[in-house]
Write a protein that binds this ligand. Structure first.
Ligand code: SAH
Length: 257
């Protein structure tokens, strides 16, 4: 038996992969949970397909539904927002499905981190400035392992992408400043990237918390921080921006290696 997990992309129904769309259109049963998966995309399933919203279901219930349908020969797909590999909580499903002899195939999707970079017109890896992107989240109610504290990650002075962190901007700013980032460091926030009500906010560490409040952004936002987000990076000699001692040091060290 097989079940397919499909990355839906960030929102715009046209941003699913060709392969993902094909499998969605062939499916007899489509499960999807997130308010971040577009209804318009789900409507592209064949009219006679069974559409199941899983928001109110717990894990075992969901797995039971998938196994029942798959065991009578139906093509079952589960659609996840963005790319399933980041904050998709897919591993717990896969573990239970495997126990019931169901194989899971994963079709990747466009993660919101890349849709947000596109909305900001940004390259996250600028030659000689930073060659690393850290995908993480600020610690809220969900704990983050001790070795991955934001303050420690930020010491790399690379581009940092923060998922699930829109309500935690005070903490983010505190941690980044403690890691030696300057207050002027650019931060790009994209609310609902690729949706019709997308908002793009260009801020700085210093203004981030206030700007989030001004624009009323409390969820469904990607926060991208670092000098790669400088909107003028393509016009300027970005090296002149590296007045931050720590940053200059990190940069030189990076070049030597
Ligand atoms: N697997 C998803 C992430 C799911 S976790 C992906 O690859 O994008 C949910 C978090 O992802 C949100 O809190 C937000 O930080 C981010 N996110 C998901 N869709 C988004 C979108 N369209 N615009 C901005 N951020 C988004």
């Amino acid at each position: 038996m097989n079940i397919t997990i499909i990355g839906a992309g960030p929102g715009d129904p046209d941003l699913i992969t060709v392969k993902g769309l094909k499998l969605l259109q062939e499916a007899d049963v489509v499960l999807y949970a997130d308010s971040l998966v577009s209804e318009e995309l789900i409507e592209r399933a064949k009219p006679e397909s069974e559409i199941i919203k899983t928001a109110g279901m717990h894990l075992e219930e969901m797995v039971q539904v998938m196994v029942e349908r798959a065991s009578v020969g139906k093509k079952v797909v589960r659609v996840h927002t963005g790319d399933p590999a980041v904050y998709g909580a897919i591993m717990e499903q896969i573990a239970l499905l495997n126990k019931r002899d169901v194989n899971v195939e994963i079709i990747p999707g466009v993660s919101s981190v890349f849709a947000s970079a596109a909305a900001l017109g940004a390259e996250l890896t600028i030659p000689e400035l930073t060659q690393t992107v850290i995908l993480t989240r600020a610690e809220g109610r969900t704990p983050v392992p001790e070795r991955e504290k934001l303050r420690d990650l930020a010491k790399h002075h690379c581009t940092v992408a923060l998922f699930l962190s829109a309500t935690l901007t005070k903490k983010i700013v505190k941690e980044f400043l403690a890691a030696g980032w300057s207050k002027e460091t650019p931060v790009g926030v994209v609310y609902k990237a690729t949706w019709p009500d997308q908002k793009v906010v260009r801020s700085t560490l210093e203004n981030l918390d206030e700007d989030m409040r001004t624009y009323g952004i409390r969820k469904q936002a990607m926060i991208l921080a670092g000098w790669a987000l400088d909107k003028d990076i393509h016009q300027k000699d970005f090296k002149s921006k590296l007045y931050d001692k720590e940053f200059t040091h990190g940069f030189r060290k990076g070049v030597k290696q």
